[in-house]
Write a protein that binds this ligand. Structure first.
Ligand SMILES: Cc1cc2nc3c(=O)[nH]c(=O)nc-3n(C[C@H](O)[C@H](O)[C@H](O)COP(=O)(O)OP(=O)(O)OC[C@H]3O[C@@H](n4cnc5c(N)ncnc54)[C@H](O)[C@@H]3O)c2cc1C
Length: 378
């Protein structure tokens, strides 16, 4: 069986790993000249880490487990403690952080090199499995459209479906070298600043700020220079040209199906969400394992795609809704009374409760994929 995967981001590569793992021949078509992702970190929750285990993807010592941390106000006063030990006890895995470059490299290494084609833009994907791209066309038993939030395939399949909507905040991200930094999330009015240690003394930081879409980027060092350390130090240590700035969009109207004919939508193409729960990439990795599982357990592609849609749509769309809700209740609050209430509520929250929050999402367990057949010894 042959699958074409459109898009070589986290979702597309994870899908390729899963399908290869259950015995499919896979071709990944990526329009960019190289596989890669933006120069930032990503948080991986236990639901995604368990999927990566199932896919046989080894992140090795590139994954930074997050043990202790907490929520702070802009002056650095701790509002609530995050109990990493309790979190790990509950889930069997800690919250992990990794540079996106390293995650992409680990996924890519789990797929045969001959399966990966860069500099290849898909122009059209037919429900019958015919895919046209720059320089040729291919037919496959399954087409996985993992072409991101502005998915061309989704648009062609569902031309009347509303396009992604603005989430109300803009985001800045970067990676700086700052050994000794600890996990923290700090809230101001309409602002969230996250600090997530990676390995080797590197630190991933992000800022989300309520803003009009298309607003000009602010001078970060000036705007956040009076926030607590290490925030000013991290901003100063990040070259301005390496700072990523994106307005946040999500698929506000849920799709009625993730599949059409031989095509499966996966990752942001199917359920783009705002990043307030750090779950967009994690959900794409979940999609990949479920797709590989259905393709290896159902009798035919049609039945497998029906099962994929049944399993993935309700869950991922719930995570979209929860992400939107989390943004509104947390980082996007601007009213001083509401932000004061948020601080008061967080202050009375026991550390163990912060470790329990969102367990319905992070506690998810993937289906078991059939074990790969070991090579026969003569
Ligand atoms: C500020 C921010 C912070 C985030 N933080 C987290 C986090 O901490 N944890 C988390 O899990 N998620 C996080 N996310 C979400 C996560 O980044 C996305 O959900 C994830 O990257 C989606 O992966 P994807 O493969 O579906 O799409 P993408 O990463 O968008 O990949 C799509 C790929 O398809 C390619 N492509 C597009 N069109 C074509 C075409 N026609 N032909 C060929 N190739 C094509 C693109 O070049 C791209 O490589 C965050 C997002 C943002 C914006």
């Amino acid at each position: 069986m042959h699958a074409i995967v459109i898009g070589g981001g986290i979702g597309g590569l994870a899908a390729a790993v899963g399908l290869h793992r259950v015995g499919w021949t896979v071709t990944v078509l990526e329009k960019a000249p190289e596989f890669g992702d933006v120069g930032a970190g990503i948080s991986l929750w236990p639901n995604a880490l368990r999927c990566l285990d199932e896919l046989g993807v080894d992140l090795g010592d590139r994954l930074a487990p997050q043990q202790e941390g907490g929520f702070r106000d802009p002056r650095g006063r701790r509002i609530a403690r995050y109990d990493g030990a309790e979190f790990e006890r509950r889930h069997g895995r800690p919250l992990g952080a990794i540079h996106r470059r390293d995650l992409i490299a680990a996924l890519r290494n789990a797929v045969p090199a001959e399966s990966l084609k860069t500099g290849t833009e898909v122009i059209e994907a037919g429900e019958d499995g015919l895919v046209r791209f720059t320089g040729g066309e291919l037919r496959a038993d399954l087409v996985v459209a993992a072409d991101g939030i502005h998915s061309r395939v989704r648009h062609a399949l569902f031309p009347d479906h509303p396009e992604p909507v603005y989430a109300g905040s803009t985001a800045f991200r970067g990676v700086a070298h700052h050994p000794g930094a600890r996990l923290s999330t700090s809230f101001g009015r309409g602002i969230e600043i996250g600090v997530l240690p990676l390995t080797g003394g590197d630190v991933y930081w992000w800022i989300s700020s309520v803003a009009e879409p298309g607003a000009r980027p602010v001078d970060l060092e000036k705007t956040f220079g009076d926030w607590h350390e290490p925030i000013p130090a991290l901003l100063a240590a990040t070259p301005p040209e390496a700072v990523l700035h994106h307005d946040l969009y999500y698929l506000g109207t849920p799709l009625g199906t993730f599949t059409r004919g031989r095509i499966a939508l996966l990752g942001d193409a199917a359920h783009a969400m705002p990043p307030f729960l750090g779950q967009g990439g994690c959900q794409a990795i979940e999609d990949a394992v479920v797709l590989a599982h259905t393709m290896s357990t159902e009798d035919n592609v049609k039945a497998a795609l029906e099962s994929y849609d049944r399993q993935r749509r309700p869950r991922s769309q719930k995570v979209v809704r929860e992400s939107v809700r989390m943004g509104r209740l947390g980082p996007q609050l601007t009213n001083p009374v509401a932000t004061g209430l948020r601080t008061a509520l967080l202050k009375v929250l026991p550390a163990k409760a912060t470790a329990r929050a969102g367990a319905g999402i992070t506690g998810w367990r993937p289906p078991r994929l059939p074990r790969p057949v070991p090579p026969r010894t003569p």
